[in-house]
Design a protein around this ligand. Structure first.
Ligand code: MG
Length: 386
């Protein structure tokens, strides 16, 4: 059903037998008409200093300026004891970290924060908070505007591990915008399949570029690559400074190919599994359009399925149906046969495509017969006419 919907939606996008065929690690052809179309997401709006923007339609809003209902105390899971005022939540010294009630895995996280307008303290003591991602790494929140500190503790740092590439902060009191993409490490049988990564933009400026995860990081001590949970809470730090937050939202991300996602280059096993699935759906579609009086739609769908899986029974069926089709053509009067030129050429192109990508054995007899008919009729010589 999904395939049928995708096919009708994509029919205007690309025909079958078009881009390079699926291969060992790509379950889709280039420009594949069966590849699911991206879901439509209404984007949000950007924030101004006075007005927080609107989150994208599929975001989970963690804080919209009104209440802390999505948050709890990190100490005991009780109510979060930060204050909410003027559309922002503000850290309260001694109240402790707060964390989301819900747990998240791979995500895109949007956070806006402002250090106190009144500048107090220096180095790590000025406008310090932090965004803690699942697994415990901190993306540093700190008023580093004209306030140097150690590089790996600068605003936008993967704290203790990797400094931001640049310091793109606005003055204290103004809202800073963090956009974070978090991919946790993926393990299987004790082996790291993907180390995980964090990407961070500060005020639209890239500061962490797909930085590989090494562990939670932290203060003074070299981190150990610990096991990351599949899901964990997002936390904001109480570092004793009244840092404000607003417009906090999160989008969960689809799995990577390494953990069963179907985009990008896949393992051979995963690619073949997806190809078989597409081939089976095409064979089912073919069965639905079966019509002995007009066999081409079924034949072409069966042929298309061969690009995904060269199932021997289907190869045989294609051979048999093509033989019958050609046999019927031979009985036609010359003018009727001439009317079949386009569909025969179309069939020939489909065969050429499948031969080019070794979805059919070289010298496949029906393909040669179709090609011979085209040459016999001189249909290969009138490319410019029509
Ligand atoms: Mg901090």
């Amino acid at each position: 059903m999904a395939l049928a919907a995708a096919a009708s939606a994509a029919a205007s996008v690309a025909p079958p037998f078009y881009g390079d065929a699926p291969d060992d690690t790509h379950p889709w052809a280039v420009h594949d008409r069966h590849r699911p179309l991206p879901k439509v997401v209404a984007p949000g709006t950007f924030s101004t200093q006075d007005q927080p923007g609107k989150p994208p339609a599929d975001a989970i809003v963690l804080f919209d300026g009104k209440d802390l209902s999505k948050w709890e105390s990190d100490k005991d899971g009780g109510p979060a004891k930060w204050v909410v005022k003027d559309g922002a939540m503000e850290a309260v010294a001694g109240a402790g970290y707060i964390r989301t009630k819900e747990k998240f895995g791979d995500c895109q996280l949007h956070v806006e924060w402002a250090a106190p307008t009144k500048v107090e303290g220096s180095g790590q003591g000025r406008g310090n908070s932090g965004v803690f991602l699942p697994g415990g790494l901190e993306i540093q929140v700190l008023d580093n505007y004209n306030n140097p500190t150690y590089a790996d503790g600068t605003a936008g740092a993967y704290y203790g591990i990797n400094p931001p590439m640049v310091n793109a902060l606005r003055p204290p009191g103004e809202y800073q915008v963090y956009d974070i993409v978090f991919r946790r490490p993926v393990y299987k049988d004790g082996k790291v399949l993907d180390p995980g990564y964090v990407t961070v933009f500060v005020n639209g400026v890239l500061v962490q570029d797909h930085t590989p995860l090494e562990g939670p990081g932290g203060h003074m001590r070299r981190t150990k690559a610990g096991l990351f949970p599949e899901k964990g809470q997002i936390k904001f730090q109480d570092h004793g400074n009244p840092v404000r937050f607003r417009n906090v939202w999160i989008r969960e991300l689809p799995p990577r190919s390494v953990e069963g996602g179907t985009d990008g280059a896949l393992t051979r096993e995963a690619a073949m599994a997806k190809r078989k699935e597409t081939a089976a759906a095409l064979r089912a579609e073919a069965a639905k359009v079966r019509n002995p009086g007009a066999p081409l739609p079924e034949l072409l769908l069966l042929m298309e399925s061969l690009a995904y899986e060269a199932e021997p029974a289907t190869v045989q069926k294609v051979e048999q149906m093509t033989g019958q089709y050609l046999g019927a053509l031979k009985g036609l009067e010359p003018d009727k046969l001439a009317g079949k030129k386009d569909e025969v050429k179309n069939l020939n192109n489909a065969f050429k495509y499948l031969l080019r990508f070794q979805a059919l054995p070289t010298g496949f007899a029906p393909a040669a017969q179709v090609d011979a008919l085209i040459k016999e009729q001189g249909w290969d010589k009138d490319k410019k006419k029509k």
